[in-house]
Design a protein around this ligand. Sequence first.
Ligand code: ADP
Ligand code: MG
Length: 779
Amino acid sequence: GSVMEKVLQRRSLRMRNMQRGWQESPDGNKMLEFRKSLPAFKEKERLLQAIARNQVVVISGETGCGKTTQLPQYILESEIESGRGAFCSIICTQPRRISALAVAERVATERGEPLGDSVGYKVRLEGVKGKNTHLLFCTSGILLRRLLSDRNLDGITHVFVDEIHERGMNEDFLLIVLKDLLPRRPDLRLILMSATLNAELFSSYFGGAPMIHIPGFTYPVRANFLEDVLEITGYKLTSFNQIDDYGQEKMWKTQKQLAPRKKKNQITALVEDAVEKSNFENYSPRARDSLACWAPDCIGFNLIEAVLCHICRKERPGAVLVFMTGWEDISCLRDQLKAHPLLGDPNRVLVLTCHGSMATSEQKLIFEKPPQNVRKIVLATNMAEASITINDVVFVVDCGKAKETTYDALNNTPCLLPSWISQASARQRRGRAGRVQPGECYHLYPRCVYEAFAEYQLPELLRTPLNSLCLQIKSLQVGSIAGFLSSALQPPESLAVQNAIQFLKMIGALDENENLTHLGKFLAILPVDPKLGKMLIMGTIFRCFDPVLTIVAGLSVRDPFLLPQDKKDLAGTAKSRFSAKDYSDHMALVRAYEGWKDAEREGSAYEYCWRNFLSAQTLQAIHSLRKQFIFILKDAGLLDADTATNNKLSYNQSLVRAVICSGLYPGISSVVNRETSMSFKTMDDGQVFLYTNSVNARYQTIPYPWLVFSEKVKVNTVFIRDSTGVSDSIVILFGSTLDCGDVAGHLKMLGGYIEFFMDPSLADCYIKLKEELDILLQK
Ligand code: ADP
Ligand code: MG
């Protein structure tokens, strides 16, 4: 004890000397001056006092006022100043990986240190943190995971939960857990930070915790709605057809294809009328509603282009931030802009992108100053709405939508649609333009649509499947899932909870009494969706780990197969070359990845990707995720050194198919009517359609009675994305509940089946592996 105490005291002194040294250096001094100019600085003493005196404090303040970068730092600095620096341990959670990294880097820079010294970060499968790290920025998911093994957060002195106004699922979940934890840790400090003024909700959740508001300072931003934008740019939106063409061309196609005809005509008339008369005001509330829930994105890239042109030609200097819905439309627009004489000219315009899956090197560019006389344009998802601040933004273009997952509990189907944002988001987006000088915002929708927006967005907990969440709740050992969730800020529907429990029982993660099984315990450790986790574990057990690893990494990153709108056929053909009559998108992915590795060795990776419509960036991401999974699995004792590599796809195809099935079950549909035209029915008898870019969509018939699929998404109709054909025997053997706790019993049953079905490759494998299995699973 006392030796440790002495070490920490010495370290604290060193920290203090370093801090003072930096603050007195010219660079440090300049930085300090900047920091003092932030609105949060004026409240510093008040904030420190409130935090010292109360266990929970709720802090609100406009984006950019210095909550994230300053507040945790104030604590750290005051601890260091009082000679206790090495004794504190501060955690600050962020809803997204990229913002955790960005703020950690920023704070380290402000402190004149490299990342990983006193300031570190940790996100899923990645992080920089050293033994001197006393301020850690991490995702809320990471803190939840930590709570699994460290229920009291021993050693942590302060927890900041940031961006709570977004009502992300993990944040809501964290608040339940922390609320439960506080009485056990009276010395722990919890600070909630929100960008909007709805602090009362959180304060009352924590029994009337004190609220502090940081008065912001932003310049006024003028709001231009569609009617104004058309006038400013002189863009002619004369008929609905023109808008419609755009939709056909560029928008997320499924959305468009499936828009119900009848409804569309009705709304066509409405929008046509509005556009022609440029009259957006005189609609009944009902008409406004239907206009507002009209899903297809009526405003096209051409209009965005026109606005950007207008800014570049006519407006004062300043960066432009364009809010779009997702990676697909961001990359489409970027390509379109490249071909533009002005916007595509790198000497005059710098187009950057900002979305959740971008590389960290690319991420840094968005904060940097562009060269002189070059206009910076950042195409971003709603990530840039609150958690990331780009300082020099003067113009904001807001398409009014964000891709939002919703969850249809009745049909147990997640839906992913670009949908209208809330009024709060629209205001927030607009505010991003007034950071450094008066700004200008171009909302690409009529004012009446804005008025029909919901005031706030629905909390994520109420619009996502709860599978992973329920698994985590179970491993927190906090009693029944339903009971636990009922103490949320806004509890989810009980049907959604029941569906999740049902699912976890079905895949064998929970037993009949809702207790975690052996398998469930492993699944809770793995930072992936439970079904993918199960696939990984099965891959290690059945020694076809390498291809399965690629599949799981691919499914957790995104599809590396590109589908450019104007070359859909070519892209589809290219993809089908990887399928080799496997009838499997998953195996096509494996082949594409393995081909890429080979091409890389030969130095022809670029050419390979180009020829095959593959995204090098995504393949790279899959590659590094693979490495990280290996690390975690080894760490959990689920993988030994040589299982990792020695088993390529060609070794045993039906085994890979079987393992895919074991993970994706009950995501399965029967193949009906194979002779003439195919149709597909899921377990609950629902009709589903194949995603156009699936290799299986290119066949006339599929010689398998079943397709297992990774994802079922409702986009007006239900689509299944990547799928793999499997046989009856595989479904029977691997589609059932496999509880790894009872391997012996299960194997006996399997043995019976194998004999029955006489599937030699499987039987062979089982016999060889039986002993190894027993040993492995006894651990
Ligand atoms: P909040 O959390 O209240 O939205 P932040 O603490 O993230 O605000 O940011 C405070 C200020 O610090 C911003 O207004 C900006 O001026 C500056 N800042 C933040 N991140 C960076 C960065 N990566 N590079 C330069 N300046 C930054
Ligand atoms: Mg912040």
